[in-house]
Design a binder for this molecule. Structure first.
Ligand code: PLP
Length: 408
């Protein structure tokens, strides 16, 4: 009974909050700074404090202020969860210890015997979780090119229960038509999920197109400063929220209060940073497209991108990720990586500083070589996360390194 009563309390609290946002009709930049972050009720602190506590005192049996134990709930995490929901135009938000913790907790919605259709070039860690961990528990997956809805249709089985998409994808920046996927899923009662890490809620809101769940690695643009690992989930469906929240507590992949605080701080400047990431990325993509040492550039903001029109339709901006193929294959790629000075050779993305990496041997090494080749992740492919430094400096750095790429 008591457990039941507490649950209802949580839901009504959430409902009141989101109703308030919709009434106020705040724009994205305002919500990013204020939503879920009222001054601290006990001290008036303008910034949500880091509630570094594992447990909460009860005045008498069952009488408390809404928190009992920090795996179940924590005020700093609550602020982040409210903020995430607001940014994604959703009713319910949940925060996790990492993007992968968010992904695996969402996957707890499915049961032994269920089948999912998955975008074929999903994040390498997602592929690894599905193929090497969840298969053992009786889930099955069909990876397909979700750019074409006909491929999704072909992958459908009697036991299909969900569609897991990512758009833009990593590292080839392919797009998925979210509206079409959502309609396809709704007609067949499948749960649709979109990993929205690359676009961020500033440039794209999957729930607006009817997608059931948006997931995030907050490690990337939301955190934005390469100093925290975290994940997030947002949905409008209270049934899904209840089940994911149950598993968040039952499985325990929760973020600590300090990590929540860092992501909240990052979110405050998300809009400013994303505009700058995008401006820089577009200029760099245009430079690369005209560079004699470059075979191909992948960036949804380029007119040459095969899905540029879809990008303009479902995204408000094209993001800060660019990938390109250099002439000369692995040798040239290695030389390029050795010779950049501003672009640091590192995995991850979405921070203020520019990073460069080699998908085939780094972020996507967990994909079998055969799969990589099929997808187009060649040995000459380079991925850059364009930071917010001065764009002329960044272009100069890449040009110098490209000139040296095929020299011995
Ligand atoms: C990084 C990333 C993840 C995993 O997130 P972690 O925070 O590293 O666990 C999932 N999806 C995408 C698109 C990512 O870039």
């Amino acid at each position: 009974m008591q457990e039941h009563g507490r649950k209802i309390l949580t839901i009504s609290f959430m409902t009141i909050k989101t109703a308030a946002v919709k009434e106020k009709n705040w724009k994205f930049e305002t919500r990013a700074i204020h939503e879920g972050q009222e001054p601290d009720p006990t001290t008036g602190a303008v910034i949500v404090p880091i509630y570094q506590t594992s447990t909460y005192v009860q005045e008498e049996l069952g009488k408390h202020k809404g928190y009992e134990y920090s795996r179940t709930g924590n005020p700093t995490r609550k602020a982040l969860e409210t903020s995430l929901a607001s940014l994604e135009n959703g009713d319910f938000g949940l925060a996790f210890a990492s993007g992968m913790a968010a992904t695996s907790t969402v996957m707890n919605l499915f049961e032994q015997g269920d089948h999912l259709i998955v975008t074929d070039d999903v994040y390498g860690g997602t592929f690894r979780l599905f193929e090497r961990v969840l298969k053992k528990y009786g889930l099955s997956f069909t990876f397909c090119d979700t750019r074409e809805i006909s491929n999704v249709e072909k992958a459908l089985q009697k036991n299909t229960k969900g569609i897991w998409t990512e758009t833009p994808t990593n590292p080839l920046l392919k797009l998925v038509d979210l509206k079409k996927i959502a309609e396809f899923a709704k007609e067949r009662h499948l749960i649709s999920i979109c990993d929205n890490t690359f676009a961020t809620p500033y440039f794209q809101n999957p729930l607006d197109f009817g997608i059931d769940i948006a997931t995030h690695s907050t490690t990337k643009y939301l955190g934005g400063h390469s100093d925290v690992v975290g994940g997030g989930v947002v949905t409008n469906r209270s049934d899904l929220y209840e089940t994911i929240k149950f598993h968040q507590n039952a499985v325990g992949g929760i973020p600590g209060p300090f990590d929540c605080w860092l992501v909240l701080r990052g979110i405050k400047t998300l809009a400013l940073r994303m505009n700058r990431h995008e401006n820089n990325a577009l200029k760099i993509a245009e430079m690369l497209e005209n560079h004699p040492e470059v075979l191909k550039v992948h960036y949804p903001g380029l007119k040459s991108h095969p899905q540029h029109d879809l990008a303009k339709k479902q995204m408000r901006g094209f993001g800060g990720m660019v990938s390109f193929e250099v002439k000369g294959g692995l040798e040239a790629a290695k030389n390029l990586l050795k010779n950049t000075k501003l672009f640091s050779l590192a995995e991850s993305l979405g921070g203020v500083e520019s990073l460069i990496e080699h998908p085939a041997s780094m972020t996507h090494a967990s994909l079998p070589q055969e799969t990589r080749e099929k997808l187009g992740i060649s040995d000459g492919l380079i991925r850059i996360s364009v930071g917010i430094e001065d764009v002329e400096d960044l272009i100069g750095d890449l040009k110098t390194a490209l000139e040296q790429a095929r020299r011995k």
